[in-house]
Design a protein around this ligand. Sequence first.
Ligand code: PGA
Ligand code: ZN
Length: 444
Amino acid sequence: MDTTIEMVRAREILDSRGDPTVAVDVFLSGGAIGTAMVPSGASTGKHEAVELRDGDPRRYRGKGVRNAVGNVDDVMAPELIGEDASDQSAIDSLLRELDGTPDKSKLGANAILGVSLACARAAANAVGLPLYRYLGGPLARTLPVPLMNILNGGKHATDSADMQEYMIVPLGLPTFSEAVRAGSEVFHELKAELHERGMGTGVGDEGGFAPSGLKSNVQPIELMVRAIERAGYRAGEDIAIALDPASSEFHENGTYKLARDGKVLTAEELGALYAEWHLKFPLVSVEDGLAEDDWAGWKTLTHQLGDRLQLVGDDLFVTNVERIRRGVSEGVGNAVLIKLNQIGTLSETIEAVDLAHRSGYAAVISHRSGETEDTTIADLCVALNTGQIKTGSLSRSERVAKYNRLMEIELELGDAARYPGRDAFPRFRRGQPSQGAPPPSTPG
Ligand code: PGA
Ligand code: ZN
């Protein structure tokens, strides 16, 4: 079928927080259409590609995206007409050239990503393939283990924990669909547990509970272990725990301020806290345990815990190959969070996943706290064989849309489907870390 681009047009739509974002439709000569909707973060990293907002206080409190929409319609569309939507790397190179800045600040990463993804969708539709198969080829068959954020804090809630995400990881379940069932059951038991304790059961930005009246930043973990047990699962065997403290958000003047604990910690002390939690709880992964530019702290943390814990860089790496390369060469972290709008094109996202994998780092494909009904990341996990996805809680349709899509893919794959379970976390080990040599000093 003809995959020549005939028309590209963008629209301003709403995301899950009720803020505007960009949607793009791409029309091909053969009749196929591709649509993409772009997500938006709240605890965004300093080094992310730029999300273009109008800044006009009379519309959407300054958050309108009419300029980004205009950049698609007036700048990108005329250049794209006649191009081949199935030549993804050529499309993405053209988009980068049109922008011309290193951080996509001219046309906006939100505008560019919308076009990049809509082209991929249109091309997949044109050849009649589901997106995971179009991008991943005939061998794509691995479903991801979900990191399910059932308790929201930080910037995704008000008056909850200082740390942003408390996740359950159903790594002992046999299939993706069973993992979703377990997640849902634990989610509901957590609700019951919170209700019985007189704590709120309202949810935060990613659909996890956002209780007020938490005694500490560790209490959510205790509550989740309780919920896992109430649901009839074994903590650690069936379901593990993951955290995204998003610590850049409470990093102040070189220290880490945990208001709920009444503590101000150094990087070493915060690392010691994670080590203590790792001993006490079945903690499998910690994301942004330290701040986005605390390379020295990260290096020490990785040296101490990196052999037993997945240490994920989100704000640290921002899906950027240059920052991932630096991390690899300095022995910082052992996993990369992959967010498409942090970098702005599908090709660069895939390059980041490839680099992570070639470097022995895990890649965790992720949603943003501001999401839409777009399910591209679900297909992408299967296509790129990442083995892990982070897409929120077991409530709110913009979150469960991704789980529902993955269950659909699992069904479609039938006997070929594979759920990696514990294999997705090769470093996961309980117990005391070995006391190795001090970390090597940073070169240069
Ligand atoms: P964000 O949060 O989308 O608000 O940046 C997600 C995350 O930190 O992982
Ligand atoms: Zn994060």
